[in-house]
Design a binder for this molecule. Structure first.
Ligand SMILES: [Zn+2]
Ligand SMILES: [Zn+2]
Length: 347
């Protein structure tokens, strides 16, 4: 089968293979024909080798598709079911995190797309224990964004969001825009997405979705222009200066949520900006079962349409897709190994 493979450790070493072995179904696992798989910042980090990975491994961890083969002991799952899958394969079920029910935080887990084979391929093998059915009415293009939506929901659950609150989000990438759409739907009275000139295209997309945007030139003017009294600020970038700016723009006793991951381990953050206002800082990694469940229900209820900011590429055209994400030309690039029209299927 066709597959985009990280072939070796080190920067680069990503190749489209035309005859990579098709996975074989096993007990408790199903074979899924991939319809689409989104690119996220983590894929760029894996490509640069700044995120953990176990090559040779097929990339792609935000996917949806249709079951084409069912292994033994797979319960009620059927060929033809449309699915998405949580990213917690390899969770040990013995460590402290697993025994607390937080399998998404298990240090042993090895997710599809970096730990085991992912979905920038024609087929992907997935465990039924982590599957979710895509509800009828939700098209594949929307379902592709379930994983990042679940990540935002898990983070927002931690930080809390109350009706009427004001929210500021740094970074107009997909995590930033999804957080904006979710907090708007949750009843925030004002939601502002902040980005630099290098993200001008993404800010334009945000604006077209009805989101208030702000072009950041320097932190001082941002404080002057936007005020320093947001109830909740969210950083989706993982950059220390962005987290520091969040702290500056949050009201006293307010909350800051870090949803970004940095590619470097040392991030500079001015702690006094937070301490002098007694801020609560939340971090959040990965996504919980209930966040996936609610993300799909939310999509099914047509409360939210993340497909509005996806751009679709064929698997053959993966280089342009990665390039357009890297240069921030698009918000969300989605790669499909199939005919683009399949993305519109709703059942
Ligand atoms: Zn991701
Ligand atoms: Zn564990």
């Amino acid at each position: 089968m066709k597959a985009l493979v990280k072939t070796a450790k080190g920067s680069g070493h990503v190749e489209l293979k035309m005859d990579w072995p098709k996975p074989e179904v096993k007990d408790g696992w199903v074979l899924v024909e991939v319809v689409a798989s989104g690119i996220c910042g983590t894929d760029l980090h894996i490509m640069e080798d700044t995120h953990k990975n176990w090559p040779p491994v097929i990339l792609g961890h935000e996917y949806t598709g249709r079951i084409v083969e069912v292994g033994n002991d797979c319960g009620d799952w059927l060929v033809g079911d449309r699915v998405v899958c949580e990213q917690h394969t390899g969770a040990c079920m013995r460590c402290d995190a697993c025994r607390r029910g937080a399998i998404h935080l298990c240090p042993q887990k090895r997710s599809p797309g970096w730990g085991i084979d992912g979905a920038f391929a024609e087929f992907v093998l997935l465990p039924v224990a982590l599957l979710h059915k895509v509800p009828d009415g939700v098209d594949f293009r929307t379902a592709t964004v379930t994983e990042p939506t679940a990540i935002c929901i898990t983070g927002l659950d931690r930080s809390g969001i109350a009706i009427g609150e004001t929210v500021l989000i740094i970074g107009p990438g997909h995590i930033g825009l999804i957080s904006a759409m979710l907090t708007m739907a949750a009843g925030a009275s004002r939601v502002v997405v902040v980005g630099r000139a290098s993200s001008a295209n993404r800010l334009t997309v945000a604006k077209s979705l009805g989101i208030e945007t702000y072009l950041l030139e320097d932190p001082l003017s941002a404080v002057k222009d936007l005020g320093a009294d947001f109830d909740l600020t969210i950083d989706s970038t993982g950059a220390g200066e962005a987290l520091s700016l969040c702290a500056q723009l949050t009201r006293r006793l307010g909350r800051v949520l870090e949803l970004g991951l940095s590619s470097t381990s040392d991030v500079q953050f001015s702690i006094n900006a937070a301490t002098t206002k007694s801020l609560t800082i939340y971090t959040s990694l990965s996504s919980e079962y209930s966040s996936w469940d609610r993300a799909l229900k939310f999509m099914a209820a047509k409360k939210y349409d993340p497909s509005l900011f996806t751009s679709v590429y064929s698997l053959d055209d993966w280089k342009s897709a990665f390039h357009d994400v890297e240069t921030r030309k698009v918000v969300k690039a989605v790669i499909t190994p199939q005919n683009f029209s399949v993305l519109d299927q709703r059942a």
